[in-house]
Design a protein around this ligand. Structure first.
Ligand SMILES: C=C(O[C@@H]1C=C(C(=O)O)C=C[C@H]1O)C(=O)O
Length: 411
């Protein structure tokens, strides 16, 4: 595997407690923002002390984990805060498909964090913070939208083809996604999107890493010492127009055999992937409802205790890709995704998050997100397909999921 690495020096890392920094997103000085924020807590970073670009591969998580362990083991670290996320941290996002060449880890030079009433600043190296580079965020202007790889009609046909394969018993579930393109007049500033997403979806993980920006409700894995937590999502309905409609939709989702089937594939696989790694593990017998501003999901909160020391990236490797974003069986679903979506998902639906020198970290599944490239944004949304799926309903569900990022871009 050919790696592209920038880590010019031995990292000299200093973390000190600071007065409450206020809103974390507002601390980001320029558009190349790194962020992981939920309910005002989390970490934001800027500058680059080290970067690892991976060309893909089944072993991309293990390679990243090893590189980072070496980098942090050789670092000179003085961390007086000692909480998950203090000290040196790598933000990362991985390609969904092992064939995708897009995975990246970035260790920022400056990090501001907040957790449980404590706030801290981490600096790497003694370069002065380039205050001269502070750029006020500018909203996207002159937005125009176009279909991505497949038109709405072609995507519905792909869903119908998937339903056919499922009814032929070739697989149980597949998640199919599509993309949409937004073109702006000026380069898109990630911070504006982060601001809008964090305000509108405070319960989601608002993230930004090397141009991938979004607010995901799905926690792939959080590792805090020996404790691990995950939130499995699958099964979706749009929010209602009033509380009565909302309650009715929620009840219908909860009772829907199709959505319960979609959900159980994902919850069972997460259980099976974590069980060998955990001394204790709890997965609820039935899901609960998670209500977001635009959609409701069936959700299974999973908790466990690791049987032996493992970094969060090690656990990510065991979990990705779950049937929440791929399908069952995994390899057949992955092949069908390649065949029917006819696009590279890039880092959409891959793990996104952060890991620190203790191996603690939080990784979500990169959903409700866009890949920014200068003046363009590529948005993604997908839906779990099972034997009873209806292509038109799935298209409507994907449109609803796109709305989070459309709002982030349009305001
Ligand atoms: C694939 C996406 O979401 C996933 C698919 C869901 C579903 O099919 O019901 C629900 C939550 C996510 O696990 C997406 O948002 O793009």
């Amino acid at each position: 595997m050919k790696l592209a690495v920038t880590a010019p020096e031995r990292l000299v890392v200093r973390t000190t407690e600071v007065a409450d920094p206020g809103d974390l997103v507002s601390r980001l000085p320029h558009p190349t923002a790194l962020a992981w924020v939920r309910h005002g807590q989390g970490i934001v970073g800027w500058g680059e002390a080290a970067r690892l670009a991976l060309p893909g591969g089944e072993d991309r998580f293990a390679v990243a984990d090893r590189w980072l362990r070496d980098l942090f083991a050789n670092a000179d670290i003085n961390d007086t805060v000692q909480v998950p996320g203090s000290g040196p941290v790598a933000f990362g996002s991985f390609g969904f498909d092992p064939k995708s060449p897009d995975s990246v880890l970035i260790v920022p030079r400056w990090i501001v964090g907040r957790r449980d009433g404590k706030a801290w600043l981490t600096t790497i190296g003694d370069e002065p913070d380039p205050l001269a580079l502070v750029r006020p965020p500018a909203e996207p202007t002159q937005l125009s939208w176009s279909d991505g790889t497949l038109s709405a009609l072609a995507w519905e046909q792909a869903v119908a083809a998937a339903v056919g394969r499922i009814r032929d018993k070739r697989l149980g579930k597949v998640v199919l996604a599509r993309d949409l393109t937004a073109q702006a007049g000026e380069p898109i500033d990630a911070r504006v999107l982060l601001r809008r997403l964090a305000d509108r979806f405070p319960g989601c993980y608002t993230f930004s890493c090397a141009g991938l920006v979004g607010a995901t409700p799905e926690l792939l894995i959080r590792r805090t010492g020996e404790r691990v937590d995950s939130l499995v999502l699958a099964g979706t309905t749009a929010r209602g127009i009033d509380p009565a409609d909302d309650a009715e939709r929620g009840a219908r989702l909860f009772a829907s055999a199709k959505d319960r089937e979609e959900h159980s594939y994902a919850a069972e696989m997460v259980h099976d992937a974590l069980a060998p790694l955990c001394a204790e593990l709890s997965v609820p017998d039935q899901p609960e409802l998670l209500t977001l501003p635009n959609v409701m999901h069936l959700a299974s909160p999973v908790h466990g205790r690791l049987g032996r020391e493992r970094s969060v990236l090690d656990v990510v490797a065991a979990l990705h890709p779950t049937p929440a974003v791929c399908g069952t069986p995994t390899d057949i679903a992955l092949d069908l995704i390649r065949e029917l979506e006819v696009m590279d998902r890039g880092r959409y639906a891959g793990p996104v998050g952060w890991v620190d020198a203790r191996g603690d970290g939080e990784w979500g599944i990169a959903l409700r997100c866009a890949e920014l490239d200068g003046t363009r944004a590529r948005l993604f949304a997908g839906c779990g397909i099972v034997a009873d799926s209806d292509p038109a309903a799935e298209l409507a569900e994907a449109q609803t999921k796109f709305r989070a990022m459309q709002y982030a871009l349009e305001g």
